[in-house]
Ligand binder design. Structure first.
Ligand SMILES: [Zn+2]
Length: 374
């Protein structure tokens, strides 16, 4: 069975469809929980699936350092290793080398760096990134690219983009012919329309199974990000999935889907679950706030997740303040469940041609704010 994308309906620029892979379907728009170190923190794989996720993301940078791609391959690949048999997308390692590693040296060939764990020296090149992602057994492989932090000068953004396009070509060559597995190119170019268009053309000339919009959600702000998304998806083929990397808050996700994005990933719902930040239909609440300590009501009386079905705000406040492990488990589950509810809501609305109404209701409910304290 091969990898393919079936576009099923559009509503304005918003799209819904299905990505077929040998490991199962990915319904789009899709939100991918982040399983950095071969685990979505505080969640069992079966629980991740119960939230509605079709696919998770793994991080090449973390896995190559520990436990190493070779070790995971020897143990049967990442799916078996982490007990998640559905699709996995892996990033290329490029972004996290830039954000986490020490003593980086960037050349035309690739990047050498020191591990943030033990200071050991490593090299990542397009060829090595493709080899690592093959050893992991990733279903969707990302090209190795360089993502400069914004703000950066136009010259710097252009230099990094053109280097990334040369690396995209090397990534494609190194990826080779792997039926059932997909390779996605990554558009760069910062917030400059001409550079985005140049990058998209270069990628489409090479030819990929899907296309990511990279280099956003790196500090430019939502307005600038939406500014790029107003035109960038239009440079990409309509018959391939479009992936916005590292996004975002619920309203970022809705705004991106409205502009033609099919896939997203972000650590926010899982990380926030561990820091007590809760996303609901009514916006964001902080469970450590004293207003919750005597409140017998659930986080959201319409949410069907285990945290909302079985526990009061008072209990969740207590276990968070007591640093009990169940706090991270329940709040992460709720946040991931809420994100997947947003995705399911958008998929249904796009299919039925009522995305604008759905979006208006989404914003209205959030603007009303959390339920009043008792
Ligand atoms: Zn819930």
């Amino acid at each position: 069975m091969t990898f393919r994308f079936r576009l099923q309906a559009t509503d304005g620029m918003a799209r819904t469809g299905v990505i077929d892979t040998p490991r199962g379907e990915v319904r789009t728009p899709a939100f991918m929980p982040v399983g950095t170190a071969a685990t979505v923190k505080a969640m069992l794989p079966g629980s991740v699936r119960e939230t509605g996720a079709d696919i998770v993301l793994g991080n090449t940078y973390h896995l190559m350092l520990r436990p190493t791609a070779e070790r995971i391959a020897g143990l049967g690949g990442l799916h078996r290793f982490m007990n998640w048999e559905r699709p996995i997308l892996t990033d290329s390692g490029g972004f996290q080398v830039m954000s986490l590693a020490g003593l980086r040296k960037l050349t035309e060939e690739g990047v050498t760096f020191k591990s943030h764990i033990d200071g050991s020296r490593h090299e990542l090149t397009p060829e090595r990134s493709m080899e690592i992602q093959r050893l992991l057994g990733s279903d969707i492989v990302m090209c190795f690219d360089e993502c400069p932090a914004l703000p950066a000068s136009d010259d710097e953004v252009a230099r990094a983009m053109r280097l990334s396009m040369r690396w995209a070509e090397r990534s494609k060559d190194a990826f080779g012919d792997r039926p059932g597995h997909a390779l996605f190119g990554i558009m760069q170019g910062g917030v400059t329309q001409e550079l985005r268009e140049e990058s998209a053309r270069a990628l489409v000339d090479i030819g990929f199974d899907g296309y990511a919009v990279g280099g956003l959600a790196v500090g430019e702000g939502q307005e600038a990000m939406f500014g790029v998304l107003d035109y960038a998806p239009g440079y990409l083929p309509t018959d391939k999935p479009r992936y916005l990397m590292g996004v975002g808050k619920p309203d970022d996700i809705v705004g991106a889907v409205k502009r033609g994005i099919d896939m997203m990933d972000c650590v926010l719902p899982s990380r926030s679950g561990r820091t007590g930040q809760v996303f609901t239909r009514h916006g964001v609440l902080n469970i450590k706030n004293a207003r919750h300590q005597d409140d017998p009501r659930p986080l959201d009386d319409q949410c069907s997740c285990p945290a909302c079905r079985g526990y009061s705000r008072a209990y969740l406040h207590h276990v968070f303040r007591s640093q009990e492990i169940i706090s991270s488990m329940l709040l992460t589950w709720h946040n991931l469940h809420y994100y997947q509810q947003i995705m399911a809501g958008m998929r249904g609305a796009i299919a039925e041609g009522r995305f604008a109404d759905w979006e208006a209701a989404f914003h209205k409910e959030r603007e009303a704010g959390d339920i009043a304290p008792l």
